[in-house]
Design a protein around this ligand. Structure first.
Ligand SMILES: C[S@@+](CC[C@H](N)C(=O)[O-])C[C@H]1O[C@@H](n2cnc3c(N)ncnc32)[C@H](O)[C@@H]1O
Length: 257
């Protein structure tokens, strides 16, 4: 099932979508500023996909960014992008599993993840993100959320269609972040700013881009089936689906949460 989600991700990228998280780079930017991304900071982007966020942050803020992704193909794309943009000295990528990062303790000032943690063992992943964060460093995570407690059938359907995807209400995300030891947690719910999946595609690709996507879908019945199922979830349960980002800080040594 995970392979199927990866196929859809890859298909969407091939149609020209830059990033695969709701709100695009505008929300990345808001979250990055809240995390204190800036010149001289070392940032880790977990589940970096094609590396667009990593390159964007390095270019805009002058920070050093390391991106990791479980997919070799994504890491290849990401390296090509960084090289095309002349960012090879400040942006690098590695194939790695988010649950077991190949970095020493306290190696980053900021860790960000966008639409990735929902697919992970969340508590384990957050503990790992905290391990590689320096004391006083910030974690920013942008995810799809449940706007209210979902019915069991929705939870099961989402897990089935999105291959292991499990999200939570905003309150539960915050509870989990507190539970792993983050402090000063701020959550921004931007659900009302995002309309439908198709409107988001039109905004990013333009009408002709979406028409091209529809034509390409005819040649990919597997992806078409998956996207129909995604669309079905959005149309039947749209009221439950929301989007938010969370920013929290790792306490300084000797300070209790
Ligand atoms: C929905 S995409 C989001 C990509 C990117 N963050 C963005 O917003 O465009 C999720 C990404 O997480 C990666 N991923 C999934 N499981 C992972 C894991 N265990 N460790 C690292 N990356 C993972 C996938 O390969 C994919 O590139």
């Amino acid at each position: 099932m995970r392979g199927r989600v990866a196929d859809v991700d890859e298909f969407l990228y091939s149609c020209g979508l830059e990033v695969l998280h709701p709100g695009g780079l505008e929300k990345t930017d808001e979250m990055a500023r809240m995390c204190g991304v800036g010149r001289g900071k070392r940032v880790l982007d977990v589940g970096c996909g094609k590396g667009v966020t990593a390159c964007y942050l390095a270019q805009k803020y002058g920070c050093v960014v390391v991106g990791v992704d479980a997919s070799e193909r994504m890491v290849e794309y990401a390296r090509e992008l960084a090289s095309r943009r002349g960012l090879g000295d400040r942006v690098s990528f590695k194939v790695a599993d988010a649950h077991s990062l190949p970095f020493g303790d306290e190696s980053f000032d900021i860790v960000i993840a966008e639409c990735t943690t929902v697919m992970l063992d969340k508590e384990r992943a957050f503990r790992e993100f905290l391990r590689v964060l320096k004391p006083g460093g910030c974690l920013g995570d942008l995810e799809m959320i449940w706007r209210r407690e979902p019915p069991r059938e929705l939870v099961e359907r989402a897990r089935e269609v999105w291959g292991g995807f499990e999200t939570m209400t905003l309150e539960k995300w915050v509870e989990l972040l507190e539970g792993v030891g983050l402090v000063d947690i701020r959550a921004v719910d931007f659900s009302d700013e995002i309309r439908s999946m198709w409107k988001a595609f039109i905004r990013e690709l333009g009408i002709w881009g979406v028409v091209r996507m529809a034509c390409k879908l005819l040649l990919r019945p597997d992806v078409l089936r998956a996207m129909r199922e995604y669309a079905d979830i959005f149309s039947r349960y749209g009221d439950y689906i929301g989007y938010a980002y969370f920013v929290g800080r790792k306490p300084q040594k000797g300070c209790r949460a």
